[in-house]
Design a protein around this ligand. Structure first.
Ligand code: B12
Ligand code: SF4
Length: 469
């Protein structure tokens, strides 16, 4: 093994991001890259501040010959801080330092990071990481190339993640890119509109490693079912090889056009789907180029629930056609449609997206403090309300869904359904409804209240500076 010590770091999200604190799902970039680096002989490890629930220590920092940071927009400020401390610590010990940054933010805003990092990597890096670490590529800004054949990726070595016990959610990636082009999303800007996918046999080789165990396997693909034939083959393989672990995936409402496909997903162990519903305002769906209707949302809920798959519905509030009335109608819709979990975001102009370019041109960005660009803080002037009104509207929607009243209602319904299922189970095979959504609503109530408390200064800032576009 080479004596060069490389540490990859995924910094924690700042500004009390709900995910950063409660979901320890690592980005797969550092896992793939460090797996490749290890195979090339480097002494490598990953420090994920979310998984470890602590910040990287000074002794860890000073020990790295090369520090590699992986940042999204919300974590880039923390990434810069870590880079600064690392350089200072190494200099104080008379040691050379080398700090490299990659990930979606660096890929969209490379020039902005010039001073904070020795090298900035744009795009996918599996093809170049070894040359970079070996110092064979020395450019300040380096452009990676898209991997054509994802089957050539190594099986990710999760053991390189310090503190990773593998008992919780295991992220698995089987494809890159998305053929759609929603105006708020950075996926196509980063991975392209051309959809690239691993072969079913390669996917099954990977899932076979997680056949048993209780934690969910989460297919992090932006859209797990772009190619129905391929996904069908994967599902058939999971069934025939006895894949027993529960799993979840991100899909669009389109999958429910084929109810038999959804039924097969359930048969193969799918318990939760993450769906970008985005809005119940038709004008906003058009504005986002979502290529989806409100009827698609309603129908998809019925199909998923009929097949006993729970739904994590994601909504974006604050599009230009939205008015303040939308908060109440959306809250009502989510309860009526019986969505199991709801994740509200405020419209966020993520760097590199068409949305970012437009709002910047229109002078509607409130600031560029990136740690607030996390989908939970309003960072632009909405059209039909003030930024403060939008922020309050998002909080109202969250508070309404994760209220004790809604949780109790859910518990009563679940109780009724469990009893009904128990009776039915006497004469036919049934799926018992999960009590998990009820539990999450109770827990969510406290999380929302805590978020509001912690972010009171930001709300106050918005109330003072808020303006309509
Ligand atoms: C899994 C996932 C999650 C998980 C885990 C996220 C985490 N740990 O941060 C969960 C569900 C918790 C989540 C939450 C959020 N997410 Co998310 N998520 C993803 C998703 C679907 C997959 C990530 C992944 O593993 N990709 C695959 C790997 C291979 O790609 P990669 O990590 O980018 O790595 C490659 C390159 O970037 C580069 N690279 C990366 N790091 C480095 C480092 C070095 C040194 C080098 C050389 C190269 C390099 O090489 C890698 C290999 O080619 C992506 C979309 C996507 N397709 O990437 C969105 C994505 C990252 N999420 C996004 C967002 C906005 C969020 C949230 C803010 C959502 C919200 N409203 O709350 C939160 C923030 C969480 C936080 N950290 O604070 C955005 C980020 C955009 C941006 N500019 O910041 C993305 C891109 C989706 C989108 N719609 O645009 N997310
Ligand atoms: S939001 Fe989903 S469907 Fe739209 S471009 Fe992004 S990944 Fe594709």
């Amino acid at each position: 093994m080479s004596s060069v010590k490389v540490i990859f770091v995924e910094p924690t999200g700042a500004r009390s991001n709900i995910f950063a604190r409660f979901m320890s799902i690592p980005l797969l970039g550092p896992v793939y890259l460090s797996t490749i680096a290890k195979q090339a002989g480097f002494d490598v490890s990953i420090i994920n501040e979310n998984i470890l629930r602590r910040k990287i220590t000074t002794s860890e920092l000073v020990s790295a010959d090369i520090l590699c940071l992986s940042c999204i927009t919300a974590t880039i400020d923390r990434g810069k801080k870590i880079a600064y401390t690392y350089r200072a610590l190494r200099a104080a010990k008379g040691k050379k330092s080398r700090v490299i940054v990659g990930g979606i933010h660096a890929s969209m805003m490379p020039k902005d990071l010039s001073e904070s990092f020795d090298q900035i990597i744009v795009g996918e890096a599996e093809n170049i990481i070894v040359d970079i670490l070996k110092g064979r590529i020395t450019d300040h800004i380096v452009y990676g190339t898209k991997l054509d054949n994802l089957d050539t990726l190594p099986l990710p070595d999760y053991s390189l993640l310090q503190g990773w016990k593998g008992k919780g959610v295991v992220p698995v990636m089987t494809s890159r890119g998305c053929p759609y082009d929603c105006n708020f999303c950075s996926v196509t800007k980063m991975f392209g509109k051309g959809y690239r996918a691993q072969s079913p046999s390669r996917v099954l080789q990977e899932t076979a490693r997680f056949k048993q165990g209780r934690g969910f396997v989460f297919f992090v693909d932006d859209n797990f079912a772009v190619n129905f034939d391929r996904t069908n083959e994967i599902l058939d393989g999971m069934v025939s090889t006895g894949f027993k672990r529960p799993w979840s995936a991100q899909v669009r409402t389109d999958v429910t056009h084929k109810p038999e496909f959804v039924a097969k997903m359930r048969k193969a162990g799918c318990k939760i789907v993450y769906v970008g519903f985005e809005s119940i305002n038709t004008e906003s769906l058009l504005d986002m180029h979502k290529k989806q209707t409100v009827d698609d949302i309603r129908r998809s809920m019925e199909v998923f629930h009929k097949n006993n798959i729970m739904v994590h519905g994601m909504f974006i509030l604050g599009n230009d056609p939205d008015t303040k009335e939308l908060f109440k109608t959306t809250s009502r819709f989510c309860k009526e449609a019986n969505i199991d979990w709801v994740q509200y975001s405020v419209l966020t102009p993520l760097p590199g997206t068409d949305l970012y370019a437009r709002l910047k041109d229109e002078g509607r960005l409130l600031h560029k403090q990136w740690s607030y660009y996390d989908g939970l803080h309003v960072v632009f002037s909405p059209k039909n309300m003030t930024a403060h009104e939008l922020q309050k509207g998002m909080i109202e929607c969250f508070s309404d869904f994760y209220s004790y009243a809604n949780a109790i209602n859910n518990a009563l319904n679940a109780g009724y359904n469990v009893t009904a299922s128990a009776v039915k189970a006497l004469y036919q095979k049934v799926h018992f409804p999960s009590l998990y959504p009820t539990f999450v609503k109770f827990a969510g109530n406290g999380i929302v209240k805590q978020w509001v408390r912690e972010n009171a200064p930001y709300l106050s800032y918005l109330s003072k500076s808020s303006a309509r576009a």
